[in-house]
Design a protein around this ligand. Structure first.
Ligand code: AMP
Ligand code: MG
Length: 304
C-alpha cells in the first residue's frame, strides 16, 4: 500500500487555488520516494500495481454483488501521457462483465445538437459497474477552451466565450457530479500529468518506430504547440472542479509504472471506503439451499 499522505499530496484540495507547475510529473514527487531511489520506486510500484489488480477485481465483485454503487473513472491528459496504458494495466484483473470503457472523440453533429453533457450522461455506468471515460466532459472546458472556434460552430445561445461562460460550465460540471454521487455513482478523476520533455520523448519514440506509427496523429503535434494554453486550461478546470464529492488527483506520469500504481491505489482505497459487503441470504433461503444440496447428493449417490 502507498502511504495515505502520499495519496493525499496528489489530491487537489477543494476550494484552494493551486498551481499545476507545483505538481511534479516524475517518480520522485515525494521526499520519501527520493530516499528510495528510482529503481526501488519502480520495483515497488510494479508490486503495488500487481497487488491492486487482484484487490480491484475483488472490489469490483463486491460492487457488482451489492448492486447499489457504480464507479465512474474520468481520465484526462495531454497526448501520449498514457491513458490507454492505465486502462489496460489497471483494469487487467477485472471481470469484463463488470466494467466498460468509453472513449470520447470530436463530437458528432447529433451530439453537438444537444447540451454538452448529453453524450456523457448516456455512457454512465449502471449500478454495480466500473465505467471508464477515456476523455470526458472535461474536454468541453479544455480542448474547446484552447480552440474557441469549435464552440462558434456549435450554435449555442451564448455569443461570448468569456470568463463567465467557463465559470458556468464548471458550475454545470460540479452540479452534475454532485447529482451522480448523491445517486450512487462515485466519481474518481485523474489527470495524468507529464512534462513537455517527456511528451517529446514519447513522440520521438513513436516516430522512430514504424510499428508505432498507427498510434501517431499529426493533430497531436499541432496540439503540442498549444502546450501552455492547455496547462492553463487544466489548471483552471482542476481548481474549479476539485470538490469534496469529486476531487481531482494529479498523477505524476512521466514514469508509467508509478502512474499505474497510483491510479490503482486510489481506486482500491476509495472503493474500499464504501464498505460494500455481499448481500445476506435469509435463514429461510439458507434452509432451502441446504435441502437442495442434500437432495442433489442423494440423487448422485443413487446414480453411482
Ligand atoms: P484521441 O483520444 O487521441 O483518439 O483523440 C480524440 C480527439 O477528440 C482529441 O483530439 C480530443 O481533443 C477530441 N475531443 C474529445 N472530446 C472533444 C470535445 N468535446 N470537443 C472537441 N474535441 C473533442
Ligand atoms: Mg491522440
Amino acid at each position: 500500500v502507498i502511504p495515505k499522505k502520499i495519496l493525499k499530496s496528489l489530491r487537489v484540495p477543494p476550494g484552494e487555488a493551486v498551481q499545476l507547475a507545483d505538481y511534479a510529473t516524475d517518480w520522485d514527487f515525494h521526499p520519501e520516494l527520493v530516499k528510495l531511489g528510482k529503481d526501488q520506486v519502480r520495483e515497488a510500484a510494479g508490486q503495488i500495481l500487481a497487488e491492486n489488480q487482484t484487490a480491484l477485481a475483488e472490489a469490483q465483485e463486491r460492487l457488482w454483488a451489492s448492486d447499489s454503487w457504480s464507479v465512474l473513472v474520468v481520465l484526462q491528459a495531454m497526448d501520449a501521457a498514457g491513458k490507454d496504458g492505465i486502462i489496460k494495466h489497471v483494469m487487467a484483473g477485472i471481470n469484463p462483465q463488470g466494467c466498460q470503457v468509453f472513449s470520447f472523440k470530436v463530437p458528432s453533429a447529433e451530439e453537438v445538437d444537444h447540451n454538452f453533457l448529453w453524450r456523457y450522461m448516456r455512457a454512465l455506468p449502471e449500478r454495480g459497474r466500473i465505467g471508464i471515460f477515456n476523455r470526458s466532459y472535461y474536454e468541453d472546458v479544455l480542448v474547446v477552451r484552447v480552440h474557441p472556434e469549435i464552440l462558434e460552430k456549435q450554435r449555442l445561445p451564448a455569443r461570448k466565450f468569456d470568463r463567465k461562460f467557463w465559470e458556468a460550465r464548471y458550475d454545470d460540471i460540479n452540479r452534475f457530479e454532485r447529482h451522480l454521487v448523491r445517486n450512487g455513482t462515485m466519481v474518481l478523476k485523474f489527470f495524468l500529468h507529464i512534462s513537455k520533455d517527456e511528451q517529446r520523448r514519447r513522440f520521438i519514440d513513436r516516430l522512430e518506430d514504424p510499428e508505432k506509427h498507427w498510434k501517431f496523429s499529426l493533430g497531436d503535434l499541432a496540439e503540442r504547440q498549444h502546450w501552455d494554453a492547455y496547462q492553463e486550461a487544466y489548471q483552471d478546470a482542476l481548481n474549479a472542479t476539485s470538490t469534496k464529492w469529486a476531487p481531482w488527483y494529479v498523477i505524476p506520469s512521466d514514469l508509467k509504472v508509478t502512474a499505474r500504481a497510483l491510479v490503482s491505489e486510489v481506486m482500491v482505497s476509495r472503493i474500499e471506503r464504501l464498505k460494500l459487503g455481499y448481500p445476506e441470504v435469509s435463514g429461510e433461503v439458507e434452509q432451502r439451499l441446504a435441502d437442495a444440496l442434500s437432495a442433489l447428493r442423494a440423487e448422485a449417490a443413487k446414480g453411482r
